[in-house]
Ligand binder design. Structure first.
Ligand code: NAI
Ligand code: MG
Length: 356
């Protein structure tokens, strides 16, 4: 039976990179005897222009009726003057929250062909393959009480609350252990339990959940040490699970190991119901429509969708291999160009198609 995919091309380079990703997905699926049924829907600026809403109800219904959601990017100059509440970005937040996507998966993989593009030494980053699982809808970004007050010296004070419940930690821990099972079976839980009670609870719950995954080797690390180890010896990490704030910082740090925005996929999943798979980069309005966009982050997002959303690891592997093969053959979009390589456009990377 066909796998139902809600496809949200969005704005800017979104439609261009979507086209390439769908063509490859189709080819990789055919090679493995799997069929996909794509249903396109509006989001972001394109949806505002057509319906007045950045995330129309019809789009939500399409997503809910699908096995997975594949999103490119939203936003652009045209909508930058709208008030915050009506901007394309709201569509993205509405999508993630209405699907209750509480787990954000961000891989940082350094391909040998691109190790020189990293800000770190090639020998430090070569072979890096990290998956960060970040809790996305709790922690200090959402905790209450929060606000401003005045202290007894009459000074203005700002405050937030870092709070996690057992069930919130449990569900993210399960996502992380499941992901680790599909990888090298090593999970590092990152918190600050030497200082924070919320982190003590985090460690307690993760340790408890670990009993259900005897094959996974669990370790614990304080966030400050983890941030340091990420730069000193990133190869020591396989899968990382952490809270919203620490994960925000660590995943941005990890992305810099790879040196290229155009290569980074992500997933936001709920554990039940469809997940959202999307590149980390935005809609790149500066290069939209010019056949300059690198479609690889989008292709790799489709690969994550196959691996984590559709349980099609063999299709995922085909897509990943196509990206590697194109790089091996020396094909580069402008953002990755270096001397001796062959520059191609977004469509040019459809040459990848022959490589599946
Ligand atoms: P951006 O990621 O769109 O672009 C940053 C720079 O990287 C630009 O120079 C762009 O040309 C380049 N770039 C990005 N993706 C690329 C690719 N695949 N291939 C080649 N070059 C690429 O971030 P920026 O400029 O801050 O935001 C532009 C618009 O995108 C804004 O409207 C912003 O709100 C939106 N945005 C949307 C996101 C999403 O849909 N998830 C995430 C981040 C920004
Ligand atoms: Mg961030």
């Amino acid at each position: 039976k066909a796998h139902k995919i809600a496809v949200l091309p969005g704005d800017g380079i979104g439609p261009e990179i979507t086209k390439v990703a769908l063509e490859l997905l189709q080819a990789a699926g055919e090679a493995e005897g799997e069929t996909f049924q794509f249903e396109e829907a509006l989001i972001g600026g394109a949806a505002i222009d057509a319906t007045g809403q950045p995330f129309p109800d019809e789009t939500l219904q399409t997503c809910r009726n699908s096995d997975s959601v594949l999103l490119a990017a939203i936003g652009g100059y045209k909508w930058d003057t709208l008030p915050a509440a009506q901007r394309p970005e709201r569509g993205l937040l509405a999508l993630r929250s209405s699907l209750n996507a509480f787990a954000n998966l961000r891989p940082a993989v350094v391909l040998p062909q691109l190790a020189h593009a990293s800000t770190l030494k090639p020998e430090v980053v070569e072979g890096v393959d990290i998956l960060i699982v970040r809790e996305l809808v709790g922690g200090i970004y959402f905790g209450t009480p929060r606000g401003f007050t005045t202290n007894d010296k009459g000074e203005k004070v700002g405050y937030n609350t870092m709070v996690y419940s057992e069930s919130e930690v449990e569900r993210i821990a399960h996502v992380a252990f499941d992901a680790a099972m599909k990888r090298k079976k090593r999970l590092c839980s990152v918190e600050k339990s030497n200082v924070l009670e919320v982190s003590q609870l985090w460690r307690e719950v993760v340790t408890r959940v670990a009993k259900q995954y005897p094959e996974v080797e669990l370790s614990h690390m304080y966030i400050d040490n983890a941030a340091m180890q990420m730069i000193r010896n990133p190869k020591e990490f396989d899968t990382i699970v952490t809270g919203n704030l620490f994960g925000d910082i660590l995943s941005d740090e990890a992305s810099m190991l790879t040196g290229s925005l155009g290569m980074l996929p992500s997933a936001s999943i709920s554990g039940a119901g469809p997940g959202v798979y999307e590149p980390v980069h935005g809609s790149a309005p500066d290069i939209a429509g010019k056949d300059l966009a690198n479609p690889m982050a989008m292709v790799l997002s489709a690969a994550m969708m196959c691996r984590y959303g559709l349980a099609l690891p063999q299709v995922a592997a085909k897509l990943e291999a196509a990206v590697t093969a194109a790089l091996d053959a020396g094909y580069r979009t402008g953002d990755l160009m270096s001397p001796g390589m062959k520059q191609v456009g977004t469509r040019g990377l459809i040459l990848l198609n022959g490589l599946i």
